[in-house]
Design a protein around this ligand. Structure first.
Ligand code: ATP
Length: 208
């Protein structure tokens, strides 16, 4: 298997979790092998795209034989680090932050929000769904002590650059940012944006 992470096109990287999810469903249904045409129908992605995507990862199936479900799960879970518990911090415990903490990826054993931070003194010291809420100045002690390198930011847009800098100072290297504001970060910091308004606007753009 190659180590694809850095040369993986964005679109392929976005489909890999989808493939992983479907292979897990097939495993639950007791299906051991699936032909590429059946897989294409199931995930609603053309088989040529699937073949091309899989070729970035390695040699995942023989033509005419199909894909072996357990083998593919093993490969995708390695690529996605699905076997490893990733603990995360939430910064900004407003409506969105609270909803994320309440849900806490309960269907994914490997993803866990384990601490939260907010500037609001009324929230600091509280525990939400078992997750402690700390003050911002505790970032530099709590984050390294917990060995956390991933944060989800749900602070208001105007605060997102400043809080990203505080997160980075505390040792965070990956940020999922719910604010649309583009962050200015050093090259080694990994940032993704989840802008629900922009997604909806794109959706509506295609509405007849
Ligand atoms: P949401 O966007 O989640 O619905 P909201 O409307 O409840 O949020 P916002 O004003 O967007 O509230 O703030 C979200 C949370 O971020 C609040 O709890 C607020 O105290 C917190 N917050 C604001 N600035 C910062 C900051 N610089 N660092 C950490 N938390 C912050």
């Amino acid at each position: 298997m190659r180590t694809p992470k850095h040369d993986l096109p964005e679109a392929v990287a976005k489909r890999i979790p989808i493939y992983y999810r479907y292979f897990k469903l097939l495993e639950t249904d007791g299906i051991e092998r699936i032909k590429s045409e059946q897989l294409a129908k199931l995930v609603a992605i053309p088989s040529a795209t699937i073949r091309r995507d899989f070729s970035y990862i390695g040699d995942l199936g023989r033509s005419g034989y199909g894909y072996e479900v357990s083998h593919l799960i093993q490969i995708f879970s390695t690529v996605l680090k699905a076997d490893i518990l990733t603990k995360m911090a939430v910064i900004g415990v407003g409506n969105l932050g609270r909803a994320l903490i309440e849900n806490n990826f309960r269907r994914n054993d490997n993803l866990q929000i384990s601490c939260a931070f907010d500037t609001n003194p009324a929230l600091v010291g509280q525990t939400l769904n078992g997750v402690p809420i700390y003050a911002i100045d505790q970032l530099v002690t709590v984050i390294p002590a917990a060995g956390i390198t991933t944060a989800i930011s749900t602070v208001p847009s105007e605060a997102s650059q400043g809080s990203a800098e505080q997160l980075i100072d505390a040792g965070i290297t990956s940020i999922l940012n719910f604010a649309p504001t583009r962050l200015q970060v050093p090259r080694h910091i990994n940032v993704r944006y989840l802008d629900l308004t922009a997604e909806l606007q794109t959706l509506l753009l295609f509405e007849e």
